[in-house]
Design a protein around this ligand. Structure first.
Ligand SMILES: [Zn+2]
Length: 431
């Protein structure tokens, strides 16, 4: 009989006592955590104290998840405004700057307090549920500089599980393939599209995927993963790929288990699905904005609106985890969308257009070809111009400057873009 794999990737839990709590016990557990962080944040985060005081709330008014409804949702734009008024963190930090280990910078720019002592339970739970096991050797291909994801979140989570991390960062596809081969790395952390780039490069280099590469598990984030791309990559490499969802400020908010049954909410957050207009909590099965509360004392964001839309389910998952699950990310409240892993906001498109008075009307169209995002800036000009190619180049440059992303620019005849159309038209399908 062949020897059994010492690393059974399909069963088990990272924190069984938390992940299999019965519903009632989980609610009690989260309520207790909530009371703790509400008191802590009121004492230590100026922004939270001001918010509570402005509506006459005291920490003792926040006893249960239902009580969260009393607190107005903090939106990213408000965070950015408060950071400008009260730099660098807008009073959202929960410790003095001298007690932070790192400071991160996300597009905006938004300055984020980096944790001194805080484990990344959520992402680690996601990695474990996705088949990562102690002893795995992982290439981490997320960006290590400025933003917190690769260094703070992914690297720490690998360490928590007992995996060995190879801090590759973004790009250098050929080198990534060589590292996979030479170090027999069996785990991948990165975006699905970058894993596809690696597959294409390895093919180009003439490698035998099953013999010369050893990938077994993939932890992907920052982009939507379509089922067709998942199965293509899983088959090519002979690996398991599971996706996770989260944001820079909130960390992990959902992860897939082996059953691919939506995304389990990790045990270090409270996630509400709310009506974006009223802020009231919606029950399972209803579409609303994902609003989250962390228990992170360095950066205690309470009732932070992600701007993402989803639906929650509480039906049992056959994997044995009892946490509720986000069924799918259904888009953005504010029409922003993610292209090649980066957020593209309607306001950014406006900013690009405002730099070029020749533009009468525009629309950004996002499509997907062979598992890759494509973006096109369709523009109606005010009048015919002598050197359209030159203007095209200038607009392409503005797009790169403002949106940090490459896009095609297409001049279309006047009247092509319909009245009242969306500024960003997402035509991608994810099947
Ligand atoms: Zn499950």
């Amino acid at each position: 009989m062949p020897k059994q794999d010492p690393m059974d990737r399909s069963h088990g839990f990272l924190k069984k006592n938390l992940e299999t709590m019965l519903h009632k016990k989980r609610i009690e557990y989260l309520n207790q955590k909530l009371r703790g962080i509400a008191q802590y944040a009121y004492r230590n985060s100026v922004a939270f104290k001001n918010k509570m005081d402005s509506i006459g709330l005291k920490p003792r008014d926040i006893q249960t998840i239902k009580d969260l409804e009393k607190i107005p949702i903090t939106k990213k734009i408000e965070l950015m405004e408060l950071q400008k008024k009260n730099p660098p963190f807008g009073g959202f930090e929960g410790v003095p700057i001298t007690e932070m280990r790192r400071i991160y910078i996300s597009p905006g720019p938004i300055y984020e307090p980096g944790e001194a002592e805080y484990d990344e339970l959520g992402w680690a739970q996601g990695m474990y549920a996705g088949g990562f096991r102690s002893g795995d050797i992982a290439i981490n291909t997320f960006s290590y500089h400025m933003v917190p994801f690769a260094l703070q979140m992914v690297d720490n989570s690998l360490h928590m599980i007992g995996c060995i991390s190879i801090p590759m960062g973004v790009g250098n596809t050929e080198q990534q393939v060589n590292v996979l081969k030479n170090l027999k790395a069996n785990a991948f952390c990165g975006t699905p599209s970058f894993l596809l780039n690696i597959a294409e490069k390895a093919e180009e280099m003439g490698l035998d995927f099953k013999k010369e590469l050893n990938l077994r598990v993939g932890f992907v984030a920052a982009e939507m993963l379509s089922e067709s791309l998942r199965s293509k990559l899983e088959e090519k490499f002979g690996m398991i790929i599971r996706q996770t969802y989260g944001t820079a400020d909130m960390r992990c908010l959902g992860y897939e288990c082996m059953k691919k049954n939506g995304m389990h909410i990790p045990d270090d957050k409270i996630v509400e699905i709310v009506d974006p207009q009223t802020g009231k909590q919606l029950g399972p099965g209803k579409t609303g904005e994902i609003v989250a509360t962390t228990f992170n004392k360095v950066y205690p964001l309470i009732r932070f609106g992600t701007g993402d839309l989803s639906v929650l389910t509480e039906t049992p998952c056959p994997c044995g985890r009892t946490s509720p699950r986000l069924l799918k990310i259904l888009g953005r409240v504010d029409q922003a969308t993610k292209v090649r892993g980066l957020f593209v906001h309607p306001s950014q498109a406006d900013e690009v257009a405002s730099k070029h008075p020749q533009i009468e009307r525009f629309q950004v169209v996002v499509t997907r070809k062979e598992h890759k995002d494509e973006m096109e800036f369709r523009i109606e000009l005010r009048e015919e111009i002598p050197q359209p190619e030159k203007l095209k180049e200038e607009i392409e440059k503005s797009i790169r400057d403002v949106m940090k992303i490459r896009s095609d620019v297409q001049f279309v005849p006047r009247g092509t873009i319909p009245d009242g159309s969306r500024k960003i038209e997402d035509q991608r399908t994810w099947d």
